[in-house]
Design a protein around this ligand. Structure first.
Ligand SMILES: [Zn+2]
Ligand SMILES: [Zn+2]
Length: 178
């Protein structure tokens, strides 16, 4: 997950690591995004793993910080969702939870987890793709013991769990005309 930030006229992704990302003002009063909990941080964005769906919480550390989330003053701890708009001072940021779908190896053993498309039980070592939006696992290649190529992720234009279209899950602020 990441924050979108406009720099030199271009929207760039600033990654949010497992230790979070601090928002603070530098000596020139310009916004600085620093890994982890930084000294003088006005707010902290912390990743939240919730049933596979990637989200984050924005923790406001300074009561006087001029922060708005979707045009409102955030709660002390505010859950961020995809595309949420964060304004700090005169800087505009967007929260992006989703990363492009990629093929990985299923790591759990005997978890009983099933492919969201074909509903077959997933085994450790199966090639899987997770939905960028909801995190549901899908077969990405041929499951163990199957001769035929089976890609449950590519089989349909929508995710087998959340039914969001596979195309259009990822976005950038440029598309917003922002
Ligand atoms: Zn499957
Ligand atoms: Zn999904």
């Amino acid at each position: 997950m990441h924050l979108w930030r406009l720099s030199d006229g271009e929207w760039k992704q600033v990654p949010i690591g497992s230790e979070g990302l601090s928002l603070r003002l530098g000596e020139d009063e310009r916004l600085e995004l620093v890994d982890g909990v930084a000294e003088g941080a006005l707010a902290l964005v912390l990743p939240v793993e919730e049933g596979g769906a990637a989200r984050a919480s924005l923790v406001t550390l300074s009561r006087s910080a001029a922060i708005l989330v979707n045009a409102y003053r955030p709660l002390g701890v505010q859950i961020l969702d995809e595309r949420d708009e964060i304004i700090l001072g005169d800087e505009l940021l967007y929260f992006g939870a989703r990363s492009p779908a990629r093929v990985t190896r299923f790591e759990q053993t005997d978890s009983g987890a099933r492919c969201a498309r074909c509903k077959r039980v997933l085994h450790a070592g199966d090639a899987v793709t997770r939905c960028p939006a909801c995190g549901a696992f899908h077969h990405a290649g041929s499951p163990a013991g199957e001769a035929e190529e089976l890609s449950c992720w590519n089989h349909d234009a929508r995710c087998g769990a959340c039914a969001r279209p596979r195309d259009g899950m990822l976005w950038s602020p440029e598309e917003e005309g922002a």
